[in-house]
Design a protein around this ligand. Structure first.
Ligand SMILES: NC(=O)c1ccc[n+]([C@@H]2O[C@H](COP(=O)([O-])OP(=O)(O)OC[C@H]3O[C@@H](n4cnc5c(N)ncnc54)[C@H](OP(=O)(O)O)[C@@H]3O)[C@@H](O)[C@H]2O)c1
Length: 230
């Protein structure tokens, strides 16, 4: 699944200037993936790259793996596109990038939150944001769903993250890719099955937001227990 030359896949993050996008970009650049931060505005993308480079080590070369481009240019170059935009823009950005995404993997991180009731689960059209994404982009794009339950603050920290990631995907190969991206980001992933199951992890975020509010924290997460860990 790597590039032909054996190096790691190029990842483009649509809306990568935002909180979650920057957190994921940081983790994957640190793991050796070339990462393109995408934005509607190239200068904003470049500013996000400059900000993130301060977190990365120039000695190990990871800071040179970050690039900034428009969303369209980023998707054109990548092998794996990652979507990190607020739910209200999910449909419009996917419609805009549909042709650029063909033949690629799309990892959807979107949580279908509908402000102001963000701590109440809302089921979007087609059953989940991930299923909606697959419906919009069509069968030429393999959709994966993950990271909805991991806060950007955890991703940007150096600490070990004691939260797990549920990974859904259109087929086993897509889920295996999703699990590798989770593992390379420093987390434990679980194969949570087909995209139809994605509503569970998308909905869990509203419950975690509720728990965050009650306990005055920012990064409540989940862990799977009862299974031996390697
Ligand atoms: N924040 C978290 O801890 C967290 C955790 C798990 C999942 N998520 C999910 O990840 C997604 C992103 O969350 P976030 O907190 O990173 O959001 P955010 O910081 O508010 O926004 C992310 C990016 O969305 C882009 N955007 C804004 N309006 C847009 C529009 N009209 N069309 C296209 N793109 C637009 C912006 O990029 P440009 O202006 O550069 O185009 C912005 O930087 C959400 O679905 C969220 O539920 C977030």
């Amino acid at each position: 699944m790597n590039n032909n030359n054996g190096s790691k896949e190029v990842i483009a993050i649509i809306g990568g200037t935002g909180k979650e996008g920057k957190g994921l970009a940081y983790r994957w650049a640190k793991a050796g993936y070339p990462v393109i931060i995408g934005s509607r505005n190239e200068e904003k993308a470049q500013a996000a790259v400059n900000e993130l480079k301060k977190y990365l080590d120039s000695k190990d070369g990871s800071s040179s793996l970050l690039f900034g481009k428009t969303n369209k240019e980023a998707v054109d170059i990548c092998n794996i596109a990652v979507l990190t935009v607020p739910y209200e823009f999910h449909k419009s950005i996917l419609q805009e990038l549909k042709s650029n995404l063909q033949g690629k993997y799309l990892l959807d991180v979107t949580v279908p939150l509908v402000p102001p009731k963000v701590s109440t689960v809302q089921i979007p059209p087609f059953g989940s944001a991930a299923l909606q994404a697959q419906r919009i982009v069509g069968e030429g794009v393999k959709v994966i769903s993950a990271f909805q339950n991991i806060s950007f603050e955890l991703l940007l920290s150096e600490n070990k993250i004691d939260c797990d990631v549920l990974v859904c995907g259109v087929d086993i190969e897509s889920r295996e890719l999703g699990l590798r991206l989770v593992s390379d980001a420093g987390l434990t992933g679980w194969d949570a099955g087909p995209l139809e199951n994605s509503i569970v992890q998308e909905g869990l975020t509203s419950i975690l937001i509720r728990i965050n509010k009650k306990f005055g924290v920012h990064s409540a997460g989940i862990q799977i227990n009862g299974v031996p860990r390697s």
